[in-house]
Design a protein. Sequence first.
Length: 105
Amino acid sequence: MPQYALIGTHPPDTCLLSNKSVREFVKKMMPELPKIAEGLGIKFLTQVILEPSHKTLMIMEAPNAEAVTEMSIKGGLQHFNDNELYVVQSIEDGMQRLDQLPTIY
């Protein structure tokens, strides 16, 4: 199954450490996120906070990018985060594909 990385970034004024409304929202939302993800066929591989920046990283297996986007919307992550979505590929897989791709210089 494809893997995806979701990097969430928020400004200090919507940080859980400084914003009471966001803190309460996230405390209610986070316990629901695994259920939402499971319903969309998503399995979390890791969920971490990237300290000391205002960033989070979630790496997951998902059927497609649309499922990850839907999880982000249904889970409310987009209310306080700017989310970047990436396809994850191992370095080993990238190295195997390297000679199949033409160079430009």
